[in-house]
Design a protein around this ligand. Structure first.
Ligand code: HEM
Length: 166
């Protein structure tokens, strides 16, 4: 099955038709998407600023990671699920926009950034746990993360302006 025929199939499902035709479904899911975004992005920014040695300077890095990770995980999961639900409401139109594709690519890059951090400098956090001057790798991961999340939000916002007329 090609991607185009999958999107067409998804668009014809009862769920997709309900998402399009219901007055409340889309605004409710979009509100959930945006609210979890504020939770997730706020905490992700805090974590990144600690990695840069700018915020929560007196807190151990491992403590900050331990406290924020569960909320970050929940926020991210709800954001992805609500995003997929929104997408399923009109998959063909959403996928036709460059903003949607760019956003998905940047989400993958943000995930890779976290994986690289965890596999390298993050594994040795005990060695720089209390350091105000965090390692270069940690700073680089934080800058990449901040940049990507700003661009992901901008691309998410851009989707609405790029949709084909109904
Ligand atoms: C995980 C991080 C994500 C972030 C930070 C994010 C961010 C955003 C933002 C800022 C908006 C604009 C909200 C508005 O204009 O009111 C948006 C809308 C949207 N997002 Fe996401 N999103 C994420 C994940 C996803 C995923 C995984 C999908 C789908 C696979 C998705 C699909 C959508 C769709 C379809 C819209 C609606 C566009 C519209 O109707 O205007 N999002 N997102």
């Amino acid at each position: 099955m090609s991607l185009a025929s999958f999107l067409q199939w998804l668009s014809n499902t009862q769920f997709s038709v309900m998402m399009r035709e219901s007055t409340w479904a889309e605004p409710i899911v979009e509100t959930i998407h945006v609210l979890t975004l504020t939770l997730f992005l706020g905490l992700a920014a805090l974590l990144d600023l600690r990695l840069l040695g700018v915020a929560m300077k007196r807190r151990r890095m491992s403590e900050v990671l331990g406290q924020l990770n569960p909320c970050l995980f929940v926020g991210f999961a709800v954001m992805v699920v609500s995003g997929v639900v929104l997408f399923s409401g009109d998959p063909v139109s959403f996928y036709s926009t460059t903003f949607f594709k760019v956003k998905m690519i940047m989400l993958v890059l943000a995930g890779l950034n976290v994986m690289i951090f965890n596999a390298t400098i993050g594994r040795k956090v005990a060695e720089w746990d209390m350091d105000l001057k965090t390692p270069r790798g940690a700073k680089a991961a934080a800058v990449v993360s901040l940049l990507l999340w700003v661009l992901i939000v901008a691309a998410g916002r851009g989707i609405a302006y790029a949709l084909p007329p109904p």
